[in-house]
Design a protein around this ligand. Structure first.
Ligand code: PRP
Ligand code: URA
Length: 209
Protein backbone atom coordinates (compact mmCIF):
# COMPACT_ATOMS: atom_id res chain seq x y z
CA UNK A 1 0.00 0.00 0.00
CA UNK A 2 0.97 3.65 -0.39
CA UNK A 3 2.92 5.36 2.33
CA UNK A 4 0.67 8.07 3.79
CA UNK A 5 2.20 10.90 5.82
CA UNK A 6 -0.28 12.92 7.84
CA UNK A 7 1.27 16.21 8.91
CA UNK A 8 1.24 17.04 12.61
CA UNK A 9 3.46 20.12 12.63
CA UNK A 10 1.99 22.97 14.73
CA UNK A 11 2.93 25.58 12.10
CA UNK A 12 1.12 23.68 9.36
CA UNK A 13 -1.92 23.06 11.57
CA UNK A 14 -2.04 26.74 12.60
CA UNK A 15 -1.96 27.92 9.00
CA UNK A 16 -4.60 25.38 7.93
CA UNK A 17 -6.90 26.70 10.68
CA UNK A 18 -6.63 30.21 9.20
CA UNK A 19 -7.37 28.80 5.73
CA UNK A 20 -10.55 27.17 7.03
CA UNK A 21 -11.93 30.45 8.37
CA UNK A 22 -14.55 31.72 5.93
CA UNK A 23 -13.49 35.30 6.75
CA UNK A 24 -9.92 34.78 5.48
CA UNK A 25 -9.60 36.84 2.28
CA UNK A 26 -8.08 35.86 -1.05
CA UNK A 27 -4.73 37.54 -0.50
CA UNK A 28 -4.03 35.87 2.83
CA UNK A 29 -5.49 32.57 1.63
CA UNK A 30 -3.16 32.47 -1.37
CA UNK A 31 -0.08 33.30 0.73
CA UNK A 32 -0.94 30.64 3.30
CA UNK A 33 -1.41 27.93 0.64
CA UNK A 34 2.10 28.74 -0.61
CA UNK A 35 3.59 28.70 2.90
CA UNK A 36 1.94 25.38 3.76
CA UNK A 37 3.18 23.87 0.50
CA UNK A 38 6.71 24.94 1.37
CA UNK A 39 6.53 23.46 4.87
CA UNK A 40 5.03 20.23 3.55
CA UNK A 41 7.54 20.15 0.70
CA UNK A 42 10.38 20.28 3.21
CA UNK A 43 9.09 16.99 4.64
CA UNK A 44 8.09 15.39 1.35
CA UNK A 45 11.53 15.94 -0.16
CA UNK A 46 13.48 14.57 2.80
CA UNK A 47 14.52 11.50 0.79
CA UNK A 48 16.11 13.37 -2.11
CA UNK A 49 19.34 11.61 -3.08
CA UNK A 50 22.51 13.51 -2.31
CA UNK A 51 26.14 13.11 -3.33
CA UNK A 52 29.45 14.24 -1.89
CA UNK A 53 31.07 17.11 -3.75
CA UNK A 54 34.27 19.00 -3.11
CA UNK A 55 33.90 22.62 -2.01
CA UNK A 56 36.63 25.05 -1.03
CA UNK A 57 35.67 27.14 1.99
CA UNK A 58 37.72 30.26 2.85
CA UNK A 59 39.70 27.91 5.16
CA UNK A 60 40.18 24.63 3.32
CA UNK A 61 38.78 22.11 0.84
CA UNK A 62 36.12 19.75 2.14
CA UNK A 63 33.72 17.09 0.90
CA UNK A 64 30.10 18.12 1.46
CA UNK A 65 26.62 16.94 0.39
CA UNK A 66 24.55 18.32 -2.45
CA UNK A 67 21.34 17.10 -4.10
CA UNK A 68 22.27 14.74 -6.90
CA UNK A 69 21.04 13.21 -10.08
CA UNK A 70 17.31 12.97 -10.34
CA UNK A 71 15.59 16.20 -11.08
CA UNK A 72 12.22 17.26 -9.75
CA UNK A 73 9.00 17.98 -11.64
CA UNK A 74 6.18 19.77 -9.84
CA UNK A 75 2.81 18.99 -11.43
CA UNK A 76 -0.12 21.06 -10.14
CA UNK A 77 -3.66 19.93 -10.88
CA UNK A 78 -5.33 23.06 -12.31
CA UNK A 79 -6.49 25.29 -10.99
CA UNK A 80 -6.09 25.02 -7.25
CA UNK A 81 -2.85 23.03 -7.33
CA UNK A 82 -1.15 26.08 -8.88
CA UNK A 83 -1.31 27.79 -5.49
CA UNK A 84 1.18 25.26 -4.09
CA UNK A 85 3.83 25.54 -6.82
CA UNK A 86 5.75 28.62 -5.69
CA UNK A 87 6.20 27.26 -2.16
CA UNK A 88 7.97 24.17 -3.52
CA UNK A 89 9.90 26.20 -6.11
CA UNK A 90 11.35 28.21 -3.23
CA UNK A 91 12.88 24.96 -1.95
CA UNK A 92 14.00 23.60 -5.34
CA UNK A 93 14.18 26.51 -7.80
CA UNK A 94 15.55 24.31 -10.59
CA UNK A 95 12.39 22.16 -10.70
CA UNK A 96 10.49 21.88 -13.95
CA UNK A 97 6.74 22.48 -13.79
CA UNK A 98 4.11 20.46 -15.69
CA UNK A 99 0.37 21.12 -15.68
CA UNK A 100 -2.67 18.88 -15.66
CA UNK A 101 -6.05 20.52 -16.23
CA UNK A 102 -9.04 18.81 -14.61
CA UNK A 103 -12.31 20.03 -13.20
CA UNK A 104 -15.03 18.14 -11.40
CA UNK A 105 -18.37 17.75 -13.14
CA UNK A 106 -20.70 19.36 -10.59
CA UNK A 107 -23.37 16.66 -10.90
CA UNK A 108 -21.36 13.46 -11.22
CA UNK A 109 -18.33 14.76 -9.23
CA UNK A 110 -16.08 12.94 -11.68
CA UNK A 111 -13.05 14.68 -13.22
CA UNK A 112 -13.11 16.11 -16.74
CA UNK A 113 -9.68 16.48 -18.39
CA UNK A 114 -8.85 19.53 -20.45
CA UNK A 115 -5.05 19.91 -20.46
CA UNK A 116 -1.83 17.97 -19.95
CA UNK A 117 1.70 19.24 -20.51
CA UNK A 118 4.57 17.54 -18.71
CA UNK A 119 8.35 18.05 -18.77
CA UNK A 120 10.07 15.61 -21.08
CA UNK A 121 11.67 13.21 -20.43
CA UNK A 122 9.69 12.54 -17.24
CA UNK A 123 10.90 8.97 -16.47
CA UNK A 124 13.87 9.88 -14.26
CA UNK A 125 12.28 12.77 -12.41
CA UNK A 126 10.83 12.79 -8.92
CA UNK A 127 7.31 14.08 -9.56
CA UNK A 128 5.42 16.07 -6.93
CA UNK A 129 1.72 16.35 -7.81
CA UNK A 130 -0.01 19.18 -5.96
CA UNK A 131 -3.67 19.84 -5.22
CA UNK A 132 -4.89 21.41 -1.97
CA UNK A 133 -8.01 19.19 -1.88
CA UNK A 134 -8.37 15.40 -2.03
CA UNK A 135 -12.15 14.87 -1.91
CA UNK A 136 -13.47 11.79 -3.77
CA UNK A 137 -9.93 11.25 -5.05
CA UNK A 138 -11.10 11.21 -8.68
CA UNK A 139 -8.97 14.16 -9.81
CA UNK A 140 -5.77 12.93 -8.14
CA UNK A 141 -6.26 9.37 -9.42
CA UNK A 142 -6.85 10.62 -12.95
CA UNK A 143 -3.90 13.04 -12.90
CA UNK A 144 -1.51 10.37 -11.63
CA UNK A 145 -2.77 7.90 -14.25
CA UNK A 146 -1.99 10.47 -16.95
CA UNK A 147 1.50 11.04 -15.54
CA UNK A 148 2.13 7.28 -15.52
CA UNK A 149 0.94 7.03 -19.14
CA UNK A 150 3.62 9.57 -20.04
CA UNK A 151 6.24 7.45 -18.26
CA UNK A 152 6.29 9.03 -14.78
CA UNK A 153 7.43 6.55 -12.11
CA UNK A 154 8.49 8.11 -8.82
CA UNK A 155 5.41 10.06 -7.82
CA UNK A 156 4.50 11.92 -4.64
CA UNK A 157 1.08 13.49 -4.11
CA UNK A 158 0.71 16.47 -1.79
CA UNK A 159 -2.61 17.89 -0.56
CA UNK A 160 -3.52 20.26 2.25
CA UNK A 161 -6.86 18.68 3.21
CA UNK A 162 -7.98 15.11 2.52
CA UNK A 163 -11.26 13.28 3.08
CA UNK A 164 -10.95 9.66 4.27
CA UNK A 165 -12.92 8.53 1.21
CA UNK A 166 -10.48 10.15 -1.23
CA UNK A 167 -7.41 8.98 0.65
CA UNK A 168 -8.62 5.36 0.55
CA UNK A 169 -9.49 5.58 -3.16
CA UNK A 170 -6.10 7.08 -4.03
CA UNK A 171 -4.19 4.49 -2.00
CA UNK A 172 -6.09 1.68 -3.73
CA UNK A 173 -5.69 3.11 -7.24
CA UNK A 174 -1.99 4.03 -6.93
CA UNK A 175 -0.39 1.99 -4.13
CA UNK A 176 3.10 3.00 -5.27
CA UNK A 177 2.53 6.73 -4.69
CA UNK A 178 3.65 8.47 -1.49
CA UNK A 179 0.85 10.67 -0.16
CA UNK A 180 1.44 13.77 1.99
CA UNK A 181 -1.61 15.19 3.76
CA UNK A 182 -1.74 18.46 5.71
CA UNK A 183 -4.88 17.43 7.61
CA UNK A 184 -7.23 14.45 7.40
CA UNK A 185 -10.79 15.72 7.72
CA UNK A 186 -13.99 13.97 8.82
CA UNK A 187 -15.97 13.13 5.67
CA UNK A 188 -17.50 14.24 2.37
CA UNK A 189 -20.97 15.78 2.28
CA UNK A 190 -23.64 14.88 -0.31
CA UNK A 191 -22.10 17.40 -2.77
CA UNK A 192 -18.70 15.68 -2.37
CA UNK A 193 -17.28 18.67 -0.47
CA UNK A 194 -14.87 17.97 2.37
CA UNK A 195 -16.23 18.66 5.90
CA UNK A 196 -15.23 20.70 7.78
CA UNK A 197 -12.85 21.52 4.88
CA UNK A 198 -12.26 25.05 3.67
CA UNK A 199 -14.77 25.39 0.84
CA UNK A 200 -13.75 25.61 -2.81
CA UNK A 201 -9.98 25.92 -2.81
CA UNK A 202 -9.70 27.18 -6.40
CA UNK A 203 -12.29 29.92 -5.86
CA UNK A 204 -10.65 31.01 -2.60
CA UNK A 205 -7.13 31.12 -4.11
CA UNK A 206 -8.18 33.04 -7.21
CA UNK A 207 -11.05 35.10 -5.82
CA UNK A 208 -13.66 33.65 -8.18
CA UNK A 209 -17.14 32.34 -7.51
C1 PRP B 1 -11.10 20.75 -6.81
C2 PRP B 1 -9.77 20.47 -6.14
C3 PRP B 1 -9.41 19.12 -6.71
C4 PRP B 1 -10.75 18.44 -6.83
C5 PRP B 1 -10.91 17.50 -5.69
O1 PRP B 1 -10.92 21.24 -8.07
O2 PRP B 1 -8.80 21.45 -6.36
O3 PRP B 1 -8.76 19.20 -7.98
O4 PRP B 1 -11.74 19.47 -6.78
O5 PRP B 1 -12.04 16.75 -5.82
P1 PRP B 1 -12.03 15.18 -6.09
O6 PRP B 1 -11.03 14.59 -5.16
O7 PRP B 1 -13.44 14.79 -5.75
O8 PRP B 1 -11.71 14.95 -7.53
P2 PRP B 1 -12.12 21.73 -8.99
O9 PRP B 1 -12.64 20.60 -9.82
O10 PRP B 1 -13.12 22.47 -8.16
O11 PRP B 1 -11.40 22.69 -10.01
P3 PRP B 1 -10.62 24.07 -9.76
O12 PRP B 1 -9.31 23.72 -9.12
O13 PRP B 1 -10.47 24.58 -11.14
O14 PRP B 1 -11.46 24.96 -8.89
N1 URA C 1 -12.86 20.72 -4.08
C1 URA C 1 -12.70 21.74 -3.23
O1 URA C 1 -12.13 22.79 -3.60
N2 URA C 1 -13.18 21.61 -2.00
C2 URA C 1 -13.80 20.50 -1.56
O2 URA C 1 -14.24 20.44 -0.39
C3 URA C 1 -13.96 19.44 -2.47
C4 URA C 1 -13.47 19.57 -3.73
Amino acid sequence: MSKVYINKHPLVQHKISILRDKNTGTNEFRSLVGEIAMLMGYEALNDLPTEEVEVETPLEKCMTEMISGRKIAIVPILRAGLGMVDGILQLVPASKVGHIGLYRNEETHTPVEYYCKLPSPIEERIIVVTDPMLATGGSAIDAISQIKKHGGKKIKFMCIIAAPEGLKALEEAHPDVQIYVGHLDRQLNSDAYICPGLGDAGDRIFGTK
